[in-house]
Design a protein. Sequence first.
Length: 417
Amino acid sequence: MVEHPFPDPRGPRMLLDDFHTLSGFGATPGGGVDRQAATVPDGQQRAWLHGWLSDHGFDVRYDAVGNQFGLATLVPGAPYVLTGSHLDSQPLGGRYDGAYGVLASAHAAHRVVEHWAATGESPRYNLAVVNWFNEEGSRFKPSMMGSAVFTGKLPLDTALATTDRAGTPVEGALREIGTIGDYPGPDVAAYAEIHIEQGRELENSGATIGIVDSTWAARKYRIVVHGEQSHTGSTAMADRHDALYGAALVIVALRELAAQHGLHTSVSELDVEPNSPVVVAREVRLHADLRAPDEAALDAAAKQLTGTIAGLGERASVTIDQVLTHSWGVAPFPPAGVELARRAADTLGLPYRTMPTLAGHDSVHLKDIAPAIMLFVPSVEGISHNEREFTQDADVSAGADLLTEVLTRLTAGELQS
């Protein structure tokens, strides 16, 4: 059992004050933030985090895809316990998604470093904070890009050459904000991430903490509907090859799949050409997302979608292409990490429940290369990717306290004992 590492009562207030400061970068009139990956607001918040980490004794480094690391070397030559999340947001997104996890990690890591210094003991592992690049995938696809490159799931060259809608490549955007480097990244002994739940389960159950024990599976597709441009007024209905009509049929079909197979499905992005009020659309590109707790159900739904799309193309007199762009399966988080998090929550007297993550997080990648722990705090009304996203201050503080306890145990080597 490790000694509780943060006696300073100022800790919660300092965390909340820093969160208020961080929320000012890319702030929107609706109370949220808009700081997509490698934009000016993202560069500003990264610079602020760089300063915060440096001021608190961390050595700040950047790797070749822009992942930002703050290193606390406690045991020279030893691997690092890594903790963090992401600062980038969705357009008109919420203040808490990702950013809370990075800031809670920074504060918790600083508390743990001070704890080891105060005890005069040496931990087993070093400690590092990470801000992963482009977790959201709103400006550059796919999502969870930085952690995918770090874990070897996405080639670095592919990520750097990826462009946004304006044709700007990742590499150029990172150089523009000055957060790309040549650090190879730390040798990871374990990983811990805390995040808002983005759902209602914790709030509905009255639990303060969610301990993630598994992931839902996901399939993401790029679907392109090819039609023919024509006049909206004079073209006979029978002669139309309306790509937007075909896309509308696809959208409805995806919603119907959710009901039939117990999935979560959506179409979350549309690009229409030429997007003129007097022109029948010649092409529509859309992003489709299917998620489920059961891979067999997801596979069945995906197979049905492919067959349905062929029939919809014929119905709308268009052709429809479907390409799988990103996927992950149902997978457990390491049971030893789940149990460590339970012990930590019990030590602090925090009510918790084990639960899956329906959303993708960087921990989904990290758990495949190192023991990983994923924690949730409640989201009011389950609102996320929305300017009204909110988590109570008490839950913000409780989550940081738990993460501190978890990191202390991880750096002590409790997970490897």
